[in-house]
Design a protein around this ligand. Structure first.
Ligand SMILES: [Zn+2]
Length: 57
């Protein structure tokens, strides 16, 4: 499932592969308001999965 980021300002869709590197600005209107379906805005990298630490009693 590849969800492409879209510019909130003008609605520009990034057709390029943005999985590895995500667009910081919209090439159309130069807006930084880009929606990331899979990534949260403002967060660095991907969220780490919660590890079930082995509970040794
Ligand atoms: Zn735009």
């Amino acid at each position: 499932m590849m969800e492409k980021p879209t510019c909130i300002d003008c609605g520009y869709e990034f057709r390029h592969r943005t999985r590895l590197k995500r667009p910081s600005r919209c090439p159309h209107c130069r807006s930084e308001a880009i929606t990331y379906p899979r990534f949260s805005i403002g967060e660095k990298g991907v969220k780490k999965k919660k590890r079930n630490s082995t509970l040794s009693s």
